[in-house]
Design a protein around this ligand. Structure first.
Ligand SMILES: NC(=O)c1ccc[n+]([C@@H]2O[C@H](COP(=O)([O-])OP(=O)(O)OC[C@H]3O[C@@H](n4cnc5c(N)ncnc54)[C@H](O)[C@@H]3O)[C@@H](O)[C@H]2O)c1
Ligand SMILES: O=c1ccn([C@@H]2O[C@H](COP(=O)(O)OP(=O)(O)O[C@H]3O[C@H](CO)[C@@H](O)[C@H](O)[C@H]3O)[C@@H](O)[C@H]2O)c(=O)[nH]1
Length: 449
């Protein structure tokens, strides 16, 4: 039986291995991690990650051909194929700070593989690691063959293809050289993020002119060369990948002396920051230029719907912006705990990407923030509502009931275009919906970042 071991039981390692186990009953999959709480959670009914369908997949395979362990060395030494999916945060200090990947965790995993391996191993890199470093680290630590060019390398490529061929059609498994693979990954995310920054840049222009960004997206999406997907204007993109991958791309460009290319991609992040600032400024300027002491309900904290993941979520910047203006926040998200929200709001930029067990145990609680388990509780007596994540349940809230229980004038700031603006205005709300024609109240209150 082929044995796969995955180092890192996080957002990538956990679900990827669950799918491999499901699709390949003939392969034994061990997921290992240095974090005891994370492994304990994977072995419990409360998985450490929320994703629709994940629990069902794990339940089907756990104990059969899918196992989660903390004994990292044992399972690495027994495996034929080792996936590395440890975290590679953005460096916070030193060379490449704010751009390059911090490879501390990755290097320790690589050293451990070299230490415990007594037979040939295929190492599959899932972490975002610059190929030069990968190459050098393994070359110096082991007798290592890289790329598909050598006969051993070809065998490794075939073994990996055989795993994916269990469910991916042959024609869709692409093999490339290492630089192409690395740049493809970074470019895919950079292109997607650029698309969102483009539509978000249009949203500002729509507000200034009276156009409706949803209509513009719909119209341009009809052109098959553009396509309709990934054109939803928002308060900004988040998630663990887009910003980090663009920063990596920028770093590679700069290392190659390509300043103009680096600046082009940097602009995607700048527009994303602009969009988050613009949203906060709209809130503050609409509410008589001050939110000091006012209760603001924040609906949604995850970086997108259907996940409890809060890494780089725009909610962090929105909340910090409002807290900076001394607002009191009441936050509700169906999948994010109070501890997680408090942790995010008290953490420095980039610290989030370190494993949770290496973060401060009890982060300082942000006193102006309360976290509640119900949208009605969050909005009770609030002066304004900010919708930051597009959870389906926010579309079907009883807004009349919410309006009746709020301070007046009652404001809704929809950062995800989920509410029915017309209906809410009829109820009596003053509504701002990103990229939509402005409420008469908001006209003449320009919110520039
Ligand atoms: N999140 C995504 O969708 C995504 C997609 C593609 C690639 N990536 C890349 O994959 C990597 C992992 O991302 P993630 O989102 O799963 O991160 P994560 O923080 O959720 O998980 C990483 C895990 O690795 C563990 N770990 C760290 N060092 C270890 C070691 N030496 N031995 C054993 N375990 C160790 C940590 O405890 C943590 O549980 C990152 O480099 C990321 O950039 C992420
Ligand atoms: O029209 C859109 C689509 C997305 N978003 C936002 O963009 C961010 C990223 O969304 P999405 O790409 O769906 O989530 P990720 O899980 O970050 O997935 C991205 O990053 C992964 C890790 O690299 C890749 O595997 C995926 O292909 C890539 O889409 C989120 O904040 C979304 O709310 C928008 O604002 N408007």
């Amino acid at each position: 039986m082929v044995k796969i071991c995955c180092i890192g039981a996080g957002y990538v390692g956990g679900p990827t291995m669950a799918v491999i186990a499901l699709k390949c009953p003939s392969i034994e999959v061990a997921v290992v991690d240095i974090s005891v709480p994370r492994i304990t959670a994977w072995n419990s009914d409360q998985l450490p990650i929320y994703e629709p369908g994940l629990e069902e997949v794990v339940n089907q395979c756990r104990g059969k051909n899918l196992f989660q362990h903390t004994n990292v060395e044992k399972h690495v030494s027994e495996a034929d194929i080792i996936f590395v999916s440890v975290n590679t945060p953005t460096k916070t200090r030193g060379l490449g700070a704010g751009k390059a990947a911090d490879l501390t965790y990755w290097e320790s995993a690589a050293r451990m593989i070299a230490d415990v391996s007594r037979s040939n191993k295929i190492v599959v890199e899932k972490s975002t690691v610059p190929r030069e470093l990968l190459f050098r680290t393994f070359l110096t630590l082991t007798e290592f063959s890289l790329e598909g060019e050598t006969p051993d390398g070809q065998k490794a490529v075939q073994a990996l293809k055989d795993v994916y061929a269990h469910w991916v059609p042959e024609g869709r498994i692409i093999t490339t050289n290492l630089w192409s693979a690395e740049l493809s990954k970074l470019a895919a995310n950079a292109f997607l993020a650029q698309r969102i920054s483009s539509v978000n840049a249009m949203s500002a222009l729509c507000e200034a002119t009276g156009a409706d960004v949803s209509q513009v997206s719909h119209a341009i999406g009809k052109d098959t060369r553009i396509g309709p997907r990934f054109l939803n204007s928002s308060v900004g993109f988040g998630g663990s990948c887009f910003q980090k991958d663009i920063l990596n791309l920028v770093y590679i460009c700069e290392c190659n002396g390509l300043t103009e290319v680096a600046n082009y991609w940097k602009q995607v992040i700048k527009v994303n920051d602009y969009q988050k600032n613009r949203f906060v400024n709209r809130v503050v300027s609409s509410m008589f230029n001050t939110v000091s002491g006012k209760k603001i309900a924040v609906l949604g904290f995850a970086f997108k719907k259907d996940t409890g993941d809060t890494r780089e979520t725009p909610a962090i910047d929105v909340c910090k912006g409002l807290l900076g203006d001394k607002a009191r926040l009441s936050i509700y998200d169906p999948q994010v705990t109070e501890d997680q929200i408090q942790r995010e709001l008290s953490m420095n930029k980039y610290d989030w990407d370190h494993p949770i067990h290496l973060q401060p145990m009890s982060p300082a609680t942000v006193k102006q923030v309360s976290v509640v388990w119900d949208a009605y509780e969050a909005t009770k007596d609030a002066h304004g509502i900010c919708i930051v994540t597009e959870w389906e349940e926010f579309k079907t809230l009883d807004f009349q009931r919410i309006f009746d229980n709020m301070q007046k004038p009652a404001f809704v700031f929809d950062g995800r275009n989920v509410v029915n603006v017309k209906k809410l205005r009829e109820i009596g709300f003053i509504v701002y919906s990103i990229g939509k024609p402005l409420d008469p109240w908001l006209k003449g209150m320009p919110a520039l970042a």
